[in-house]
Design a protein around this ligand. Structure first.
Ligand SMILES: [Zn+2]
Ligand SMILES: [Zn+2]
Ligand SMILES: [Zn+2]
Length: 266
């Protein structure tokens, strides 16, 4: 994804992001589940994100898939669990959850071999992520559902009677699992709007799920409350404009654009 401001771009959206900062300025796609001290993904700017939000520690990291925009901040594991002065980890290994397929691709196409090195140093422990194999941390349960077409995942995060659905990327040909019902909120990746009045983006991908299809998925999950994530500079919409247009064209849904530092309380 292209965060804003995009280097070397001086369009209206990027200039507004430079001038006003958050919410118009955006960094990469991540999510921190505070009750579980669990981080989803390590975009390039993850160090800045953790500092900005004053996150004190995490023991669990889910790598949703290998793509560079979700993994190229992987060296954050060194900051969190390698004591350079003493040449040993600060604490017990951080649990890193990744599927076998995504780990293979991460190694083949990117810097995934770092994970082996971190395991050897005792900084992390790899936990293979599998379809419907629950990740349980204290009273939070995260169930990953495989998106077969992309080998990415849809995550259902549950605590007591609260439920969030999170699909951060690989949102192509998603078939909502009928098991997922009564979600309080859906945090969804967005690629493009079929409604051209919203975004002037040219040549949107034709074989991927649109915003409008995502609304149908939200219906299947039983929620009208949606937060968009993975928001691209190429949409050419500033934060307020995006919210205003979604409200105007899709008034039946409580849908809003996520932003850096957004806190979601269920
Ligand atoms: Zn721009
Ligand atoms: Zn992505
Ligand atoms: Zn991706």
């Amino acid at each position: 994804m292209d965060p804003a401001p995009r280097a070397t771009c001086f369009c209206r959206v990027c200039e507004l992001a430079r001038e006003k900062g958050i919410p118009h300025a955006r960094t990469g796609c991540s999510l921190f589940v505070d009750d579980a001290k669990l981080l989803f993904d390590t975009p390039e700017e993850v160090r800045l994100q953790l500092n900005r939000e004053r996150i004190r520690d995490f023991d669990h990291l889910i790598l949703t898939h290998w793509h560079p925009d979700h993994t190229h901040g992987i060296r954050i594991l060194e900051q969190v669990n390698w004591n350079f002065a003493e040449g040993k980890p600060f604490k017990a290994p951080i649990k890193v959850y990744i599927s076998a397929q995504q780990q293979e691709w991460f190694k083949k196409y990117s810097c995934g071999a770092f994970l082996d090195f971190y395991v050897k140093r005792g900084m992390i422990e790899i936990v293979p992520m599998e379809h419907k194999k629950d990740i349980v941390v204290d009273d939070v349960t995260i169930r990953p559902y495989l998106i077969d077409h992309t080998k990415g995942f849809c995550f259902v995060i549950t605590k007591a009677d609260k439920k969030a659905v999170y699909i951060p990327c690989e949102y192509h040909h998603v078939i909502p699992d009928p098991e997922i019902k009564n979600a309080d909120i859906f945090i969804a990746h967005n690629l493009f709007w079929e409604n051209k009045e919203i975004s002037p983006r040219k040549n949107p991908p034709v074989d991927e799920d649109s915003f409008e299809e995502m609304l149908k998925h939200a219906d299947a999950f039983g929620t009208k409350k949606i937060i968009l994530t993975h928001i691209e500079e190429s949409f050419q919409l500033d934060h307020d404009e995006m919210n205003e247009k979604m409200k105007r064209y899709y008034p039946d849904y409580d849908v809003q654009a996520g932003y850096d530092g957004m806190k979601i309380v269920l």
